[in-house]
Design a protein around this ligand. Structure first.
Ligand code: GLY
Length: 370
């Protein structure tokens, strides 16, 4: 994508509205993009992790020009989303004698964005922050929409805030150095956005998905933009997940159970659990909503063709016990009265929330995905 072809998506939330800018060279010209937020001298603090810092920080520093920034690094990986790391981050921030006008820049993937965003929401009762997502998953999902959180003993993402960034800069150049496995995991969330709301776009993914993964800049730009447009529309309509925002959780009820059972680690990345969870959700949809089996087969074939897990056998390590795994759904924060609600598809391109699903059908969908 050339410097002139940035794509801009507006998240409409009244006075908290903001742009998601998608394009090449955004970090290298960060100062220019941040200019509207920097009318008066303003202290900048970059929050990042050591891996991202090694790959992207020089580029961002150069992009900020002579505007200095303090850098705070947090540990790499999910363990950074903890009370302890939140406390350490806040202590370091407050140790910089920041004020209410300090602007935080969250440079990294979903973990950095979630932790830095939550810290921004509570430091001095709320600091402005900008998301600089460096992974595909963060660019198409977690950096957009203002969900911020840490994990606690009770579960993942159970303590946090809806707190919107002032701007999101999704620099697609960052994707060039992303490990292939992480790229594919992010791709699953992009396909999800087509499955829940846009069948023609799913068909586009069938034709262009390989190009997106291979690094075709135009295909990547279009795909990332589609996800951001879909997500922006949903968040604009239902910021706090009272209704339609729940549709974004398609594949996540099974996925969350799979992630919990595999320890939220390298065995199954979040996006991979969503891929497998979507296949299970489609199978369940066949029984609950009469979704055509052909639609399940198409989604499964597409995900598998791009190297994503679509069967339990694709998950490394010991076999997952269906009942024990499914039991993790009950602790999901979206569960009502101990029974999870499901996002199910009457057909590819359309979903709805379904409560009170017969647990035997849930188990059957799980087992059928062996
Ligand atoms: N990732 C789901 C949401 O932002 O609502």
């Amino acid at each position: 994508m050339s410097a002139a072809s940035e794509r801009r998506v507006r998240v409409e939330l009244g006075e908290r509205s903001y742009d998601v800018v998608i394009g090449s060279g955004l970090l290298a010209h960060a100062g220019r993009w941040l200019e509207p937020l920097l009318e008066r001298p303003r202290r900048l603090v970059v929050i990042t992790d050591p891996h991202v810092a090694a790959a992207q920080l020089d580029r961002l520093r150069a992009g900020l020009g002579n505007r200095g920034a303090d850098i705070i690094t947090v540990p790499t990986g999910e363990r950074a989303k903890s009370w302890g790391e939140l406390e350490r981050l806040l202590d370091r921030l407050l140790g910089l004698t920041i004020d209410r006008r300090t602007l935080l820049l969250a440079l990294g993937g979903g973990v950095v964005g979630d932790l830095a965003g939550f810290a921004a929401s509570i430091a001095l009762r709320g600091l402005d922050f900008v998301q600089l997502p460096t992974t595909l998953l963060a660019q198409v999902d977690s950096s957009v929409g203002g969900k911020t959180a840490i994990n606690t003993a009770a579960g993942k993402n159970l303590v946090g805030a809806f707190y919107q960034p002032r701007l999101v800069l999704a620099d697609v150049d960052c994707l060039d150095t992303l490990p292939a496995r992480e790229l594919r995991a992010g791709y699953a969330e992009m396909v999800k956005h087509a499955v829940i709301a846009d069948r023609p776009m799913f068909e586009w993914f069938e034709d262009h998905g390989a190009a997106v993964i291979a690094g075709d800049a135009a295909a990547r730009g279009r795909a990332v933009e589609h996800s951001c447009v879909t997500k922006a529309a949903i968040v604009g309509a239902d910021e706090r997940e009272g209704g339609v925002r729940a549709h974004l959780n398609f594949g996540h009820t099974f996925g969350h159970a799979l992630e919990t059972a595999t320890g939220f680690g390298d065995r199954l990345l979040h996006g991979e659990s969503v891929a497998l969870g979507m296949v299970m959700a489609m199978r369940l949809s066949e029984h609950v909503l009469g979704c055509p089996a052909d639609d399940t087969a198409r989604l499964t074939a597409h995900l598998a063709a791009l190297g994503l897990p679509t069967r339990l056998a694709d998950v490394a390590g010991p076999p997952l016990d269906p009942r024990a795994t499914i039991a993790h759904m009950a602790v999901d924060k979206k569960a009502k009265g101990g029974r999870p609600s499901f996002i199910l598809a009457p057909r590819l391109g359309e979903v709805r929330v379904v409560d009170d699903v017969d647990p035997r059908l849930v188990e059957a969908a799980f087992v059928a995905t062996a």
